[in-house]
Design a binder for this molecule. Structure first.
Ligand SMILES: NC(=O)c1ccc[n+]([C@@H]2O[C@H](COP(=O)([O-])OP(=O)(O)OC[C@H]3O[C@@H](n4cnc5c(N)ncnc54)[C@H](OP(=O)(O)O)[C@@H]3O)[C@@H](O)[C@H]2O)c1
Length: 291
C-alpha cells in the first residue's frame, strides 16, 4: 500500500504517480500476463476511498477508482474478475500499524473490518467473479466492505447518494437505541483519544462495564433480563462471547486483546479490567497505585 497523502493543491507529480503506479501499472501488467491463462477468478483489492474519497488522498482515491473501473471493463469481456473496496482493516495490514489513520477512522465513526470480515468478502468476490458478462449492471463485480453502521454524520453525507440507498435504508431499520448506543461508544472512544487521562478515572471502567454487559446480554439472548446497573459485573463470559468481544474491541477501540485472554476473565468485571489495562497500555498511561 503506497500512501502519499498531500492536499491536491500541493501534490507533486512524484507524489501523484508513486501512489498510482503500483495499482495502475500493477493491474495492467497482471492482466496482460494473464491473457494466456484460463482463470477461475481474479480478486482485486481496492479501497472505499475510491468510492467517497478523503481529504489529502486524491492520488490514492484515483488509484482505487482506476482499479474499480478496470475490473468493470475486463468483466465486460467475460474476464472472471471481482474487486473489493475495503474500508479500514484492524489487526492486520497497513492501516492497523498506522495510529493516525486509525484515529481518523474513529473520528469518522466507522468501525474496523476484522480478518474474518475480509475473508468473507473474498469468498463472496470469488463467487461473484464467475458471473462476469458483457451486459451487466455497473455495480456487478464489485463489493464494498465495511461501511456499517453509519454514524449520524456519515449517514447525512450519503443521504443524497443513490449508491448508498440500500445501506441507508438498512441502517434506518436498526432500532433507535442501537444507533444511540453505537454513537455513545464512538463518542466515548473519541473523547478518550483526545484526553486519555479519562482512563485513570473510575468513570472509565464504570462506562465499559455497562457497555460490555449490554453486549454480553445481546450475545447471550438475554436482553433485558439483567439489570445492568445492578449486576452487569457478575454476568458470565464464555469463549464464544470472548471472540465476539475481541472483534468488538478491535472495531470500536482499535485494541487487540487476544480472545484467549478475554475468555479467562470469566465475568464482565474481569473482562472490563483487561480492556482498561489494554487501553491504558495503548495510551502509555501508568496504572494508578492501589489504595
Ligand atoms: N489494510 C487496510 O486497512 C486496507 C483498507 C482499504 C484497502 N486496502 C487495500 O488492500 C490492499 C492490501 O493492503 P495491505 O494493508 O495488505 O497493504 P500492505 O501491508 O502495505 O501490503 C501491500 C502489498 O503490496 C506490495 N507493494 C507495496 N508497494 C508496492 C509497489 N510500489 N510496487 C509493488 N508492490 C508493492 C507490498 O509488497 P512488499 O511486501 O514487497 O512490500 C505488499 O505485498 C491494498 O490494495 C490496499 O489499498 C487495505
Amino acid at each position: 500500500m503506497n500512501l502519499k497523502d498531500q492536499s491536491f493543491a500541493n501534490m507533486t507529480y512524484d507524489y501523484w504517480t508513486s501512489a498510482l503506479a503500483p495499482k495502475v501499472e500493477g493491474i495492467k501488467n497482471l492482466y496482460n500476463a494473464l491473457q494466456t491463462h484460463e482463470l477461475d477468478f481474479l480478486v482485486v483489492f481496492s479501497s472505499v476511498i475510491g468510492v467517497f474519497s478523503n481529504p489529502g488522498q486524491a492520488n490514492y482515491a484515483a488509484a482505487n477508482s482506476f482499479l474499480d473501473t478496470f475490473v468493470k471493463s475486463i468483466r465486460r469481456t467475460g474476464f472472471p474478475a471481482c474487486v473489493i473496496d475495503l474500508a479500514a482493516v484492524g489487526g492486520i495490514g497497513h492501516i492497523s500499524q498506522d495510529e493516525i489513520i486509525l484515529k481518523r477512522c474513529r473520528q469518522f465513526g466507522t468501525g474496523l473490518l476484522t480478518e474474518r470480515d475480509v475473508l468473507q468478502a473474498v469468498e463472496s468476490a470469488i463467487l461473484e467473479a464467475g458471473s462476469a458478462s458483457a451486459d451487466e449492471d455497473y455495480n456487478m463485480g464489485r463489493i464494498i466492505a465495511g461501511l456499517e453502521p453509519f454514524s449520524q454524520a456519515i449517514q447525512t453525507a450519503f443521504d443524497s447518494d443513490r449508491r448508498f440507498a440500500a445501506l441507508n435504508q438498512a441502517d434506518s431499520s436498526l432500532n433507535d437505541s442501537h444507533v444511540a448506543e453505537t454513537d455513545a461508544i464512538n463518542r466515548w472512544a473519541a473523547t478518550v483519544d483526545d484526553n486519555p487521562d479519562i482512563l485513570l478515572q473510575q468513570s472509565a471502567p464504570d462506562f465499559l462495564l455497562k457497555e460490555i454487559g449490554r453486549l454480553i446480554q445481546t450475545y447471550s439472548g438475554e436482553a433485558d433480563t439483567v439489570d445492568l446497573e445492578e449486576a452487569a459485573g457478575d454476568m458470565s463470559v464464555d469463549s464464544l462471547m470472548a471472540i465476539e468481544i475481541h472483534s468488538w474491541l478491535l472495531k470500536r477501540f482499535h485494541v487487540d486483546v487476544p480472545s484467549v485472554t478475554l475468555a479467562k476473565a470469566k465475568n464482565v468485571r474481569g473482562l472490563t479490567a483487561h480492556v482498561i489495562k489494554a487501553l491504558r497500555t495503548k495510551y502509555k498511561l501508568e496504572e494508578p497505585a492501589q489504595a
